[in-house]
Design a protein around this ligand. Structure first.
Ligand code: GTP
Ligand code: MG
Length: 370
C-alpha cells in the first residue's frame, strides 16, 4: 500500500506538521514529521482536519487541500468565529449572555455550561460575530482544544477577583497552539476586591503581554453582570477580525464542523454544525464523521427554522443517520449512495484502527519488555 510522510501530507493539506503529529499521537501513533504513515491513517487524518477527499476507494485517495479549492474571486467576507474560554465560573456564559442580550445561564443545570453553545449575534454596526461558549470544568479539556481549532479569535475570560487559574493557563496554551489571536477580557470588575492590573501583570508569566504592559495582546475590562465594557470588547473583536480578512466562498457545497451532537428524544440525532464554507440547505445530502444523512431541517440559534446557512453560521441539523462526534467534519456530497459509501468507508477505517492498531502496538511493547 501507498505511504506518505507526515511532512508531505501536512504540505498537501496546507496544515501545520506539528498539528498532524499531535493528532497522530492522540490516535496512538507516535511518529515524527519525516516518518511515513499508511493510506488509511492518512485518510483518517485528512477527515479529522476537515479536508475534502476527491476520490475514495480502498486503494486510492486523492487528498485535496480544501483551502486551495476556492478561487480568490469566489471568496466573500464572513463573520469571525470567536471562542470564549477561561477558568470555571469566571463568567464565560454570563459574558456571552450579556453580549446576546438574552439569558442562557438561567436555563443551565446548576449554572455550569454542559456543552459548547454556538450563537451568532448582530452588533449595532450591523456586523455579525459567531460566538462559541466552552465549559470551564476540567473534564472538558478536549472540548476546549477543539474549540480553539475551529476559531478565528479566542477571548480568554479572567475574573478580576480570582486571577489566573489552571484553566486560564490551559486556554492560553490552546490559543497559542492553534495560532489564533487572543483578546483578554478581565471580567467581574464590578466586584470589590478585584484587581485588573494584577491580572495584567500575572499574564506576563505566561507570555501574554497586553497592550498596557507594552505588548500587542488586546485587553478589556468588562462586567458581564453590570454590562460594562461590552461595546469595547465588540470593537476589539471587530478590529482583530478586520486584520484577519476572513473570507469564504458561499456558493459551493457546504463544509462544516460538528460543534456538538446528541440524540434528542423527539427529533432523533441532532448536530450543531458550524458552517465553514459554502451554503448548507434543506435537502442537502451529507457525510458527517462516520454518519451520513439528508438535511431534514435547519434550526438557527434562536430556534427558528431556516432554509439555508452560509459560512460562519452555527445551525442545528436534523436528518442524521446517527450521532457524530464533536469536531467531526461535515461534507455535502452529490447523492445518497455516495454518502453511504464514504460514511461506511470512514466507519471501517475507524473500526480497523480500533481493532488492529492498539493491540498490535501494545503487543510490540510487551515483546520489547521481554
Ligand atoms: P462554567 O461554564 O461553569 O465554566 O462557568 P462560566 O465561566 O460560564 O461562568 P458563569 O457565567 O456561569 O458565571 C459564574 C458566576 O459568576 C455566576 O454566579 C455569575 O452570576 C457570576 N458572574 C459572572 N460575571 C460576573 C460579573 O461581571 N460580575 C459579578 N459580580 N459576577 C459575575
Ligand atoms: Mg459557562
Amino acid at each position: 500500500p501507498e505511504t506518505i510522510t507526515v511532512a508531505e501530507l501536512a504540505n498537501r493539506m496546507a496544515e501545520r506538521g506539528a498539528d498532524l503529529v499531535k493528532a497522530l499521537f492522540k490516535m496512538g501513533m507516535p511518529v515524527t514529521l519525516t516518518q511515513t504513515i499508511d493510506q488509511d491513517t492518512a485518510e483518517l487524518l485528512v477527515t479529522e482536519f476537515g479536508h475534502t477527499l476527491k476520490r475514495v476507494s480502498e486503494s486510492d485517495i486523492d487528498i485535496v487541500a480544501s483551502h486551495d479549492a476556492d478561487p480568490e474571486d469566489t471568496l466573500q467576507p464572513r463573520a469571525p468565529v470567536v471562542t470564549i474560554m477561561g477558568h470555571v465560573d469566571h463568567g464565560k456564559t454570563s459574558l456571552l449572555d450579556a453580549l446576546r442580550g438574552t439569558d442562557v445561564v438561567r436555563g443551565e443545570a446548576g449554572g455550569i455550561t454542559q456543552h459548547i453553545g454556538a450563537y451568532q449575534v448582530q452588533v449595532k454596526s450591523g456586523d455579525r460575530i459567531t460566538f462559541l461558549d466552552t465549559p470551564g470544568h476540567e473534564a472538558f479539556s478536549e472540548m476546549r482544544g477543539r474549540g480553539a481549532n475551529i476559531t478565528d479569535i479566542v477571548v480568554v475570560v479572567v475574573a478580576a477577583d480570582d486571577g489566573i487559574r489552571p484553566q486560564t493557563i490551559e486556554a492560553i496554551n490552546h490559543t497559542k497552539a492553534a495560532g489564533v489571536p487572543m483578546i483578554v477580557a478581565i471580567n467581574k470588575v464590578d466586584k470589590p476586591g478585584g484587581n485588573p492590573q494584577k491580572v495584567r501583570e500575572a499574564l506576563l508569566q505566561y507570555d501574554v503581554q497586553v497592550e498596557e504592559m507594552g505588548g500587542d495582546v488586546q485587553d478589556v475590562e468588562v462586567s458581564a453582570l453590570a454590562k460594562t465594557g461590552l461595546d469595547e470588547l465588540i470593537e476589539k473583536i471587530l478590529l482583530q477580525a478586520e486584520l484577519l480578512e476572513l473570507k469564504a466562498n458561499p456558493d459551493r457545497e457546504a463544509e462544516g464542523t460538528v460543534v456538538e451532537a446528541q440524540l434528542d428524544k423527539g427529533r432523533g440525532p441532532v448536530a450543531t454544525i458550524l458552517v465553514r464554507k459554502g451554503t448548507l440547505r434543506v435537502g442537502d445530502i451529507f457525510v458527517v464523521g462516520a454518519e451520513s444523512g439528508k438535511v431534514r431541517a435547519l434550526i438557527d440559534d434562536k430556534g427558528k427554522n431556516i432554509k439555508e446557512a452560509g459560512p460562519s453560521m452555527p445551525v442545528e441539523v436534523l436528518g442524521l443517520s446517527g450521532v457524530p462526534g464533536a469536531g467531526d467534519p461535515l461534507t455535502v456530497v452529490e447523492n445518497e449512495a455516495r454518502a453511504r459509501e464514504v460514511a461506511a468507508y470512514r466507519a471501517g477505517v475507524i473500526q480497523a484502527k480500533r481493532t488492529t492498531q492498539a493491540p498490535a502496538s501494545l503487543e510490540s511493547m510487551f515483546s520489547q519488555l521481554r
